[in-house]
Design a binder for this molecule. Structure first.
Ligand code: ARG
Length: 724
């Protein structure tokens, strides 16, 4: 019913010439609806392709060149041999895993000179979207308004299972059904997933991560944030696990490179897999973000980063081991600092409040609306107040960041299955065979692990918990720390790392060789993690009704909001499904009297050079090329080399590695970041300030060609015909 109503509203709008009221740059749109909702705008702004050329489920189209990389980034196919471009920071973990002191690909870069030299990456996948469809009606078929949230979830979950089953083609496809508009609509996505993805090339970090954490999330930028991968299929062209027999994928569609260069105002669209936004968060949510959520993340994250960094600076071995974890946490941490700044500076609370006041006026104007939406905002407000009372968000984020930043805290969760195996009574060889996966887990765990660093991290986390979590809500491990270690978290951590069978490789291997239930259950590491986990679960159970209340209220709020503005086409929040955002190449004014131009040049790299700071080292070879102005066909029309440029596309994390395309659908760059002045953008889009930072495709090609001399790749990649 709801769906029919919505379709009617849309159709009515369509007939009367309705179009999105949002500035065209705002919104992450579903490709399936582009023809109906966005095409006219896109065409007006410079899109030359037909709707069928961009999204068609029966013939190859642009969407077939865009893939989800591993569930966390986007990549695009750039040759008829399955070659992929993505960001350096998306490949960073893979590059790090292939690195050692002897082969430091992080520092020196890596280039495969032939297919044989390409490096497999266990666990890394590439998903192609086969098709998507609207399944709202079927998902909500059995849902009744009087249902409790858990009854509703159960009904929705059951319907989703059937819908997935239907399209899986006996496991050939991976199918997901996702909620949109806070559970008011549902769409089904069918993917073909390839599991053999190899590393082909990566520039040194001094190019791929130039500017490091200092420049991260900021403009002006001079980062060559790209790397090259390749997707392989079985000899039959179908997905297959890694094998020497596999062949480069013959893709349905691939992108060509534009060497035209970008000018202010040029049409630009970005396709990809944005992870999550929260554009319908209310003023109450903003308050919680500012007072609890962001400060918690910044405090614990900052402490863990400080410890890692200090140890990384002292040893190359530790630096390589922690590079990827550190970069991930540092990125998230700085994002949250920027988010709080942005929320305050851009008065997002007041803007949200204004939307809510209008919503309330609309609700109160009619009795039937009052009956449906009347309590939504009050419920949201009540839930956040109750969360604040028990410091729920602080505890939630302390735990999440601790588990993310402390490998020691994670490991007991991963390995607790050992207890059941031991309880099964197996012995000798049989037991050792059952433990094989845990030997493997140990190899993974301790490869990028330094006990001394981990010990400091554990102590620091415990200290912060003690400081900031109410005494009666502390995990019970603190009783043991008080009783046996006089409350000294450092003594406890020291003892843990001396004795725990999970804390060091030697202890763990010795334990697996002669395992015992008692040793595991009495282990300080296991006890600590278990205690944190249990305390969190208890807490979670206690607040579960709040979570349900919030979910329902938020769903009603978004539903009502859309109905209250029938002329406005609301776009759904990002949720790791394929989206397109379109806009233009554009400069901005970050603050009073300051203007930021839309592109940066090679000269800027030289300006930023600082050989004493590892974030701003410029490789000698790059300086030579600069001195000779040896830019080949990748130079701009004035002979200079463009490095990065800005556009006003609406993207977020997960879009990293996304192609930015011109009106012909040719590749002009790779999106890799957002800008500091609009870091609250995931919660509220800021048209005047919000920009996407892209690396110019000609800089990418220049690095591959002139810096790496990877002619094998240059020959493989196709250049589009010049249009200016
Ligand atoms: N801020 C970027 C993003 O989240 C990641 C940039 C990686 N670069 C870095 N210096 N850490 O997409």
């Amino acid at each position: 019913m709801k769906k029919i109503l919505f379709t009617l509203i849309l159709m009515a709008g369509f007939v009367t010439g309705l179009k999105a009221e949002n500035p065209p740059d705002e919104g992450m749109w579903l490709p399936m609806f582009v023809e109906r909702l966005n095409y006219v705008d896109m065409q007006k702004m410079g899109l030359k392709l037909t709707p069928q050329e961009i999204y068609d489920i029966n013939h190859s189209s642009l969407k077939d060149a865009i893939v989800n990389l591993g569930g966390f980034c986007t990549a695009e196919v750039v040759s008829n041999q399955g070659l992929l471009f993505t960001n350096h920071h998306c490949g960073y973990d893979a590059i790090q895993k292939h690195s050692s002191i002897d082969h430091d690909y992080l520092t020196d870069g890596f280039w495969a000179r032939s297919l044989e030299e390409e490096l497999p990456n266990e666990g890394l996948t590439v998903s192609f979207l086969v098709k998507m469809d609207d399944v709202t009606g079927r998902v909500l078929e059995k849902v009744k308004p009087e249902m409790s949230e858990s009854e509703r979830s159960a009904a929705v979950g059951k319907a989703i299972e059937t819908l997935k089953e239907e399209e899986s083609a006996e496991g050939k496809y991976e199918v997901s059904v996702k909620g949109f508009y806070n559970g008011n609509e549902y769409y089904r996505f069918v993917y073909e997933v390839y599991e053999d993805v190899r590393l082909v090339g990566a520039p040194p970090s001094a190019i791929g991560k130039f500017g490091g954490d200092t420049d991260n999330w900021m403009w002006p930028r001079h980062t060559g944030d790209f790397c090259v991968m390749r997707v392989y299929s079985g000899p039959d062209g179908k997905p297959a696990p890694y094998s020497k027999e596999n062949i480069p994928l013959r893709p349905k569609h691939y992108l060509k490179i534009s060497v035209d260069g970008v000018e202010r105002g040029d049409y630009a669209m970005i396709w990809g897999y944005p992870g999550s936004t929260d554009r319908y968060r209310t003023s109450h949510g903003i308050q919680a973000t500012l007072s609890e959520i962001d400060p918690a993340i910044v405090k614990v994250g900052g402490k863990i980063l400080e410890i890692m960094k200090s140890d990384m600076d002292k040893s190359d071995e530790v630096r390589i081991k922690y590079a990827s974890n550190y970069a991930g946490l540092a990125n998230f941490w700085k994002n949250k600092i920027g988010e709080s700044r942005g929320l305050k500076r851009l008065d997002v609370y007041d803007k949200k409040k204004a939307i809510e006041d209008k919503f309330s006026a609309w609700v109160n104007a009619e009795e039937s609306r009052k009956a449906t939406y009347g309590t939504a905002l009050q419920d949201i407000s009540d839930v956040y107040a109750a969360y604040a009372d028990v410091k729920y968000n602080t505890k939630l984020w302390y735990l999440q960041i601790s588990f993310f930043g402390s490998q020691m805290m994670q490991f007991p969760m991963q390995t607790q299955g050992i207890i059941n195996i031991l309880k099964s009574g197996q012995k000798g060889d049989e037991l050792q065979a059952s433990l094989a996966p845990f030997y493997e887990m140990g190899d993974g765990q301790f490869k990028n692990y330094n006990p001394a660093t981990e010990e400091k991290i554990v102590a620091a986390i415990l200290e912060l918990y003690r400081q900031d979590v109410p005494k009666d809500a502390l995990p019970d491990i603190f009783n043991l720390i008080d009783k046996k270690f006089k409350g000294d978290v450092h003594l406890f951590a020291k003892k843990l790392f001396e004795t725990s069978v999970l804390a060091t490789e030697e202890n763990y291997k010795a334990f697996l060789a002669k395992p015992s239930i008692k040793a595991f259950e009495n282990d300080l590491g296991y006890k600590m993690t278990n205690s944190f986990y249990n305390s969190f679960m208890t807490q979670n159970m206690a607040v579960a009704p709040l979570g349900e209340k919030l979910k329902k209220a938020q769903r009603l709020f978004v539903d009502g909001l859309r109905k209250s503005n029938p002329d406005k086409v609301y776009y759904p929040d990002a949720n790791s499904t394929m989206r397109v955002t379109f806009g233009q190449v554009l400069d901005y004014f970050p603050a009073d009297a300051i203007h930021y131009d839309f592109r940066t040049y090679m000269e800027g790299i030289i300006e930023k050079e600082d050989p004493t700071n590892d974030e701003f080292i410029v490789p000698a070879k790059l300086k030579e090329l600069y001195a000779k102005k040896d830019y080949g066909r990748w130079a701009d029309k004035d002979g200079r080399l463009v490095v990065c440029f800005l556009s006003n596309n609406d993207i977020t994390g997960g879009n990293s590695g996304s192609p930015i395309l011109n009106g012909n659908g040719d590749l002009i760059g790779l999106a890799f970041d957002g800008n500091w002045e609009a870091m609250s953008g995931d919660i509220a889009f800021e048209p005047e300030l919000q920009r996407t930072i892209n690396v110019d495709i000609r800089y990418v090609m220049f690095i591959i060609d002139k810096f790496a001399n990877a002619q094998n790749l240059i020959d493989e990649i196709k250049i589009a015909q010049k249009t200016r």
